[in-house]
Ligand binder design. Structure first.
Ligand code: XMP
Length: 489
């Protein structure tokens, strides 16, 4: 199958070319509509939204918030391996029901060292082990145990900690419910998990358990930790990067290059699959039937679709390469839909575009500019005194600015080569400051539920099942004047 065997109704089409024909509604409350969808066969998201692996979109804060809200963040690779791995590990450690390798200090550490350690890692309780690396619990030191006066800084933590004998602990396999009950009954804030020989197996904090209980939608792994994904390339240090990212707890790799339908992708995927079997691989970007089949056949778990629709993108302007995004989504769905998952990446300007992408073939949608400009996106707020407006920077990963900055921090040969060999295919723009991404995700969730209700279904899955075999039956092509009537306000 190629473009010629696609229904001509799709050729050249993108989001602003259609409206969705409303169907008879069947539910009383839109808040009951489930938006659950699959990122890969083994990972599902309650909100099918993924934040782009771009240095102006997804760092630690964005990844953490995306997972807490039921989506997923992909930590970008325009930085050193150590830094990227550190961010993944911070997301995995944040808010997890069980902290698996809690940070420890030995009894011989001083109060000054403990003060610095707690500040650096932003933790309130430090497990104290009998000696460095022993893994045997001697006590717990909380921030409240650390004296204000600096003259105690040279004294050992052993003088201030709660000793093991006075601590409440639980066995390593304690259930979250039991742990919560023990902490509630004893009014404890944290519960170390130890075996009969006092060996440390983990730590549960009341704050984290409560936090996660209030967010049943959060995207979590089977140990109750937030999901975190990370991007890797196809050349240079990608195997070393993948190795360290996996050790930091990354749940999924995004093998993300501009032209995913390529030999370098095949070689890289081959090596990644043999070196790191089991970790889901979302691969891209492609925009055609052949590209999607190629990725499926070489073993991708999901295909990322989009060549040139992104707001920070100049690929179409500079090279003429690309396929209108809704056509690309439909083409790839017709080729591999049902075999592997499809992620629509780029070109989303309004919430209605997300529904159209999902209704025409995508299982999940990646957003860049739509989530940029928020508190959680990296970069500071720029105030324009002339207009009293606030802005943030959004930029393509191959913009001169992003490439230059990544050169300072990266050990990725691919990034360096791209910087030296390839003229930019990305650009930097200023976007309005938008406050917290939580509000944006709340709005998207509401609009998606509304769209499902207009589709006459009670879940996104049911709406997709009904529409996907023949979306053109449900779509109204727009004329110039009906487009004006719809969008000009
Ligand atoms: P949106 O439209 O959501 O698009 O801002 C985000 C996607 O844009 C892609 N991207 C680029 N594409 N040159 C490109 O041609 C670039 O420099 C660039 N940077 C990001 C990427 O797929 C992202 O998810």
């Amino acid at each position: 199958m190629n473009q010629n065997s696609l229904d001509p109704g799709w050729i050249g089409k993108t989001f602003d070319d259609f409206l969705f024909r409303p169907c008879k509604g069947r539910i009383e409350s839109r808040s009951l509509i489930s938006l659950n969808s699959q990122l890969t066969r083994n990972i599902s998201l309650e909100l099918p939204i993924v934040s782009a692996n771009m240095d102006s979109v997804t760092g630690r804060d964005m990844a953490e918030t995306m997972a807490l809200e039921g989506g997923l963040g992909v930590i970008h690779r325009g930085q050193s391996i150590d830094r990227q791995a550190e961010l993944v590990s911070r997301v995995k450690r944040s808010h997890s029901a069980v902290i698996e390798n809690p940070l420890c200090l030995p009894v011989s550490a001083t109060i000054g060292q403990a003060r610095f350690f707690a500040g650096r890692h932003n933790i309130n309780g430090i497990l104290i082990e009998t000696r460095s690396g022993s893994g045997i619990l001697a006590g717990v030191l909380t921030r409240r145990d650390i004296p204000w006066q600096r003259d105690a800084d040279d004294r050992p933590v052993a003088d201030f900690m709660t000793t093991f004998e006075r601590l409440k602990t639980a066995p390593p396999n304690v259930s979250t419910d039991d742990a919560e009950r023990i902490m509630f009954e004893g009014r404890f804030e944290r519960l170390p998990l130890v075996d009969s020989e006092r060996r440390i197996h983990g730590l549960i904090t009341r704050k984290d358990v409560r936090f996660l209980r209030e967010r049943p939608f959060a995207s979590k792994d089977n140990k109750g930790r937030l999901l975190a994904a990370a991007a890797v390339g196809c050349t240079g240090d990608y195997l070393e990067r993948a190795d360290q990212l996996l050790r930091s707890g990354s749940d999924c790799f995004f093998i993300d290059i501009a032209h995913g339908h390529s030999q370098v992708m095949e070689t890289a995927l081959d090596r990644l699959k043999s070196g790191f079997s089991g970790i889901p691989l979302v691969c891209g970007n492609v925009a055609t039937t052949d590209g999607a089949r190629f990725l499926r056949d070489i073993g991708a778990d999901a295909v990322k679709v989009g060549v040139g629709p992104g707001r920070g993108c100049r690929t179409r302007l500079e090279t003429a390469a690309g396929v209108p995004q809704l056509q690309a989504i439909r083409e790839t769905w017709s080729a591999v839909g049902g075999d592997i998952m499809i992620m629509a990446d780029g070109g989303i300007r309004h919430d209605k575009d997300i529904f159209l992408a999902l209704a025409c073939g995508a299982d999940t949608v990646m957003l860049g500019s739509a989530l940029s400009g928020t508190d959680e996106a990296p970069g500071r707020v720029i105030e324009d005194p002339a207009t009293h407006s606030k802005k943030k920077i959004y930029r393509g990963m191959t913009s001169p600015e992003a490439v230059l900055e990544s050169l300072y921090d990266t050990d990725d040969g691919e990034v360096v080569d791209a910087a030296l060999d390839t003229p930019p295919e990305g650009q930097e723009i200023q976007v309005p400051y938008k406050g917290s991404v939580v509000d944006i995700l709340h709005r998207i969730r509401g609009h998606l539920r509304s769209a499902v209700s207009y589709a006459g279904e009670s879940s996104l899955a049911a709406a997709r099942e009904k529409i996907l075999p023949d979306p053109l039956r449900f779509l109204v092509p727009l004329s110039e004047s009906s487009r004006r009537e719809s969008y000009e306000r």
